[in-house]
Ligand binder design. Structure first.
Ligand code: G3P
Length: 223
């Protein structure tokens, strides 16, 4: 499972890429707004220059004509952009038109298998089930990821599943077990994924044991 960062924060994106584990980014209007009153195009271009893989960039229009026009503009900003379009009827119409022109679409705000079936039929490159928001209303968000992955693999369809609205590292684990192609995670969850108290205790103990016998000298020859 590939890992994307679900953020528009440049420092967090840089760190994730430096770690060598973040290969894409997903943004949305709420995440971009968290960065203040920014120049949307300039920010997206900067993110695209940092990240090797796709940067999901959302349209703002609610009707298909506007979505298509915005998408065509957005994809001129960088080569590694996927246009994010909501899973509405208007979004579906726009996705079908854009997919015919081979513009990669990430169908977002997906809350049902039916929406995912339609996204795949429309030719979306990605579909993003929102796990946490389904959990918030008492549903089983990860069940939706399982169902979409099963459906796409049964019919051998190329649409990739981005498990989104991930709230904690246990969600990542379940998304991987479900066979999601990608999990898009907040920066805090990325940090949480490799934190373990036994690792910290182990590192400290190794150093103490070594130092007791060998002194504090390291492996590299001293000058
Ligand atoms: O990419 C958007 C999605 O991940 C939203 O997450 O936490 O706002 O439900 P959240």
């Amino acid at each position: 499972m590939r890992l994307f960062l679900d953020t528009a924060n440049l420092a967090h994106i840089r760190h994730g890429v430096e770690l060598g584990v973040v290969t894409g980014v997903t943004t949305n209007p709420s995440l971009v707004s968290k960065e203040g009153k920014v120049d949307y195009k300039a920010l997206v271009k900067e993110i695209c220059a940092i990240v090797p893989g796709p940067v999901s960039t959302e349209v703002l229009s609610l009707e298909s004509g506007g979505m298509v026009a915005e998408a065509r503009e957005i994809v001129t900003w960088a080569e590694n952009i996927a246009v994010k379009i909501p899973a509405t009827a208007e979004g579906l119409k726009a996705t079908s038109a854009l997919s015919r022109d081979r513009i990669p679409v990430n169908m977002t705000l997906c809350f049902s298998l039916n929406q995912a079936i339609l996204a795949a039929e429309a030719g979306a490159a990605y579909v993003s089930p929102f796990v946490g928001r389904l959990d918030d209303i008492g549903e089983d968000g990860m069940r939706l990821v399982v169902d979409i992955v099963d459906y796409l693999s049964y019919y051998n369809l190329p649409t990739q599943v981005i498990a989104a609205s991930i709230r904690h590292s246990a969600h990542c684990l379940s998304a991987a077990k479900a066979g999601a192609h990608i999990a898009t995670i907040p920066y805090g969850v990325l940090l949480q994924m490799f934190e373990h108290p036994l690792t910290d205790i182990g590192v400290r103990r190794f150093a103490e044991d070594w130092n007791k016998v060998m002194g504090s000298g390291g492996i590299l020859p001293t000058q």
